[in-house]
Design a protein. Structure first.
Length: 276
């Protein structure tokens, strides 16, 4: 999916929602057994209940690996299900990869060729050669961590360099020289929304993948005020707040209800900022 197709989907669905498939088998509704096979059933139910409301899905690899080979199979089958049933959905593999070049090349091959993801999250710490193998897939997206929501983000991301820039600003300024907004996105946490103005000074046309709205305390209104562009430029992720909205047999209906509420808020923001 290219940028134009993504923007068209946002305008058509009046939504920029990404549903995070952080499908922790230990947190499934208690009437479901904690098995890899049931995780797939759970994922399909969540996807079917939200597909008309979301523009993207973000399976987090960390919640599938503890299930062993079966878990990786479930991850792959979840991605296959999305491509087969909902081909207009952007599939973002949340893996936060970033290693020396030959290792990254294998990670990129696994994400894009074997698992079939449209996008993969990456970490910038090891520099350009750790990300080049991902950027070589010009028809896929590389999603680079820039400014995150977690408490520890201040440990490094807000360090001030000798030239006065903060480290996250230097990351952004360097990364935009590697790839255009047609191929590169940045992760920017919703709890840092007041800093999105600074991000937009550096990366005005790039999409931001924004976690942290809802349970982590981020405000959708603030995210849009400081980060929305004329093409929207935002993909806002919600994981636990949607997929674990209910512990009962109505978990899929509850996920849909939460998604509808978010989509309605998103529609208002898209109208307010004249995207639709």
């Amino acid at each position: 999916m290219n940028k134009q197709q993504l923007v068209e989907q946002i305008r058509r669905k009046k939504s920029f929602l990404c549903v995070g498939l952080d499908s922790d088998s230990t947190l499934l509704p208690p009437h479901l057994p904690q098995t890899a096979e049931v995780v797939l059933t759970f994922n399909k139910a969540i996807i079917d209940a939200t597909a008309d409301l979301a523009v993207a899905y973000k399976p987090n690899e960390a919640f599938y690996e503890p299930l062993g080979a079966e878990g990786i199979d479930v991850l792959g089958e979840t991605i296959d299900y999305l491509h087969e049933r909902y081909p207009d959905a952007l599939v973002i593999l949340d893996a936060k990869r970033g290693d020396i070049g030959n290792t990254s090349a294998q990670y990129a091959k696994a994400a894009f060729e074997e698992l079939g993801a449209d996008a993969v999250t990456t970490a910038p710490y090891m520099g350009r050669d750790s990300l080049s193998p991902f950027l070589e897939y010009t028809d896929r997206w590389t999603v680079l961590l820039a400014l995150t929501s977690n408490a520890g983000s201040a440990d490094f991301q807000h360090l001030r360099l000798e030239d006065g820039r903060l480290l996250y600003q230097a990351v952004l300024e360097t990364a935009v020289s590697w790839a255009s907004a047609e191929q590169l996105m940045f992760v920017a946490g919703a709890t840092q929304a007041t800093l999105f103005d600074q991000i937009r000074e550096i990366a005005p046309d790039y999409f931001l993948l924004v976690p942290g709205v809802g349970k982590q305390g981020g405000s959708l209104e603030e995210v849009c005020r400081h980060g929305m562009t004329e093409e929207c430029g935002l993909i806002v992720n919600s994981s636990r707040g949607i997929i674990f909205a209910s512990k009962g047999e109505d978990f899929a209906d509850a996920a849909r209800a939460k998604s509808i509420a978010l989509r309605e808020e998103m529609e208002r923001e898209l109208e307010r900022h004249h995207v639709i």
